[in-house]
Design a protein around this ligand. Structure first.
Ligand SMILES: Cc1ncc(C[n+]2csc(CCOP(=O)(O)OP(=O)(O)O)c2C)c(N)n1
Ligand SMILES: [Mg+2]
Length: 337
């Protein structure tokens, strides 16, 4: 699939096969988000929020997750910009398309929740909440269970820069770092410099978000999340530390927010920000890992695939009113009228 030209020397540290896989998943994830945005604009969804601009960080993260069910495996406490993590883990894109259309077959919430609010029991993906930062509190719980259990499984939590103002973020730092009771949590903050329309520079006394980790003796790294390889190796190192030492690690990843906050701010492409996919494709082309034609073909294939999925989902039924009480509590069958 990839053409390694002897004429050009690649500066990449990752193998071409891995680079091609990452590229494929980044495109798949971007095309999915673009489809969801289009659905919103065509009145096939009530609201869009998602993660275009975080693929360079999120795909390497998803590929390195220890995927499975139960304490032996990683728990994921994610937020609404995490689609590329799940795409890298193998999520079928029809799931988010179904959730966007609020059809009964939505695998995450049966047509109840906002788009990009995932919940995957078999992969330890804890339901995404609309209230920001709730996930930093639930991560403490699974990490305590994993600390007691031992093994390699860790709890991974992510959220945005503005959300770090919430009490749950402070709780997470405190619980993760209690002496001799440290927790195996990978604490991630994706810093896109904004909380809806509030610039980070007007809100943070600290220079970097990870400065707050220092106060709790939590090891940390601030990285360029728009750089695919930098992200891959930073995540690898952090995960190895948390898995082995059973202690927390914080990563602050500087990323872009390519379509603004959500549909509430228009969901239009913002050309002034770094587009990690554009940059990565240029590097792949310059390094003779992939040709422009090959990359265009990948995009075309996913565009066709997701167009067909959308057309299928448009024909699917909405949830039956009689199921309104289903899924309220885990395992509950529901109260019917
Ligand atoms: C508890 C709570 N307060 C406020 C909001 C409204 N709200 C939704 S997203 C958001 C900004 C979040 O910014 P950040 O944490 O930087 O994440 P980003 O959206 O930039 O990725 C806010 C304030 C909310 N959803 N929940
Ligand atoms: Mg932000």
């Amino acid at each position: 699939m990839y053409a390694a030209s002897p004429m050009k020397k690649s500066k990449f540290r990752l193998e071409p096969k891995r680079l091609v896989q990452i590229h494929d998943l980044m495109v798949k994830s971007r095309v999915l988000e673009e489809r969801l945005i289009r659905m919103y604009k065509q009145s096939d969804g009530y609201f869009w929020i998602g993660g275009p601009g975080e693929e360079s960080f999120n795909v390497p993260l998803g590929l390195q997750v220890l995927k499975g069910q139960g304490v032996e495996y990683d728990y994921l406490h994610l937020h609404y910009r995490s689609s590329a993590i799940l795409t890298a883990m193998g999520m079928d894109p029809i799931g988010p398309i179904r959730q966007m259309k609020s059809v009964a077959l939505d695998p995450f919430s049966g047509g109840r929740n906002f788009g990009n609010h995932y919940s995957i029991h078999d992969w330890n993906v804890v339901p995404v909440t609309s209230t920001i930062e709730t996930q930093y509190a639930s991560a403490i719980g699974t990490a305590i269970a994993q600390k007691r259990h031992g093994g390699k499984g860790i709890s991974i939590v992510n959220g945005g820069d503005a959300g770090t103002a919430e009490g749950e973020f402070a709780s997470c730092l405190i619980w993760a770092s209690r002496p001799k009771q440290e927790l195996p949590i990978l604490i991630i903050v994706t810093n896109n410099q904004f909380g809806i329309s509030t610039p980070a520079a007007t809100q943070h006394g600290e220079h970097k978000i990870i400065d707050r980790a220092k106060a709790f003796n939590i090891k940390a790294a601030s990285i360029n999340g728009n750089d695919t390889e930098e992200s891959w190796f930073a995540i690898k190192e952090a995960m190895e530390y948390v898995r082995k030492e059973r202690k927390p690690f914080m990563i602050e990843a500087r990323v872009s927010r390519l379509y603004g906050h959500s549909s509430a701010t228009g969901a239009n492409y913002i050309s002034g920000e770094v587009d990690c996919l554009v940059d990565f494709e240029k590097e792949l082309e310059d390094g003779a890992v992939l040709t422009r034609k090959q990359m265009e073909k990948t995009r075309e294939q996913y565009s066709d695939q997701m167009l067909a999925m959308w057309q299928q989902v448009r024909q699917e039924p909405l949830p039956e009113p009689s199921t309104i009480y289903d899924h309220i509590y885990y395992g509950q069958k529901g109260r019917y009228w």
